[in-house]
Design a protein around this ligand. Structure first.
Ligand SMILES: [Zn+2]
Length: 185
């Protein structure tokens, strides 16, 4: 016979173990999918994200922390909301797609991320590191490549100047397709 008091205590003690199981399961799931698993206990790594959220004037919430962490540690710099949602699922985070969208929009407003609406695909987001770069997008695979070309930068300023304008900003996207090797034909 288990008295209710004991059962209550028992449940309280059991919870961390269960969490541990879930985390192990998430880890297994993540490694099975070939994704990097970030331990939720990594307090130190989220310190930076906490500071960044505070600096951006955003309250610290778990979805915001997790999404910022993911954006900063991702090997791919340009991620869609769906990419982020799927990667969170892979690490066992229960954050809905609508929340991902909302948080990304908040990040964009706060100047933490840049949104690109490339043609023929959905919006992709990247951390705003303050450095300018242009993009090319593969129309077949959606692959995004970053580049900076000093000559293009200079010519654009010159064109604006020749029209009596000062260049404030620009957004250059090249839509590209891989050149097929002769052996592929
Ligand atoms: Zn970029």
């Amino acid at each position: 016979m288990v008295r209710s008091g004991t059962a209550g205590r028992g449940a309280a003690v059991e919870r961390p173990t269960q969490l541990g199981h879930n985390r192990r399961a998430s880890y297994l799931l993540a490694s099975m999918r070939g994704r990097r698993y970030t331990s939720p206990d990594k307090e130190a790594s989220s310190m930076l994200q906490r500071q960044e959220l505070r600096k951006a004037g955003l309250k610290i919430t778990l979805p915001r922390l997790k999404i910022l962490e993911l954006l900063e540690n991702s090997e791919t710099r340009h991620l869609s909301a769906e990419d982020i949602y799927r990667q969170l699922l892979g690490t066992g985070e229960d954050i809905g797609l609508a929340t991902v969208y909302r948080v990304l929009t908040q990040f964009e407003t706060a100047g933490l991320v840049n949104r690109h609406n490339f043609e023929g695909g959905h919006s992709v987001f990247e951390m705003d590191d303050g450095k300018h770069h242009d993009h090319m997008v593969c129309i077949e695979t959606g692959e995004v490549v970053e580049f900076v070309n000093e000559e293009i930068e200079r010519i654009q300023k010159e064109i604006a100047k020749s029209h009596n304008f000062e260049l404030i900003d620009h957004n250059l996207v090249l839509y590209v397709r891989r050149i097929k090797k002769e052996s592929d034909a």
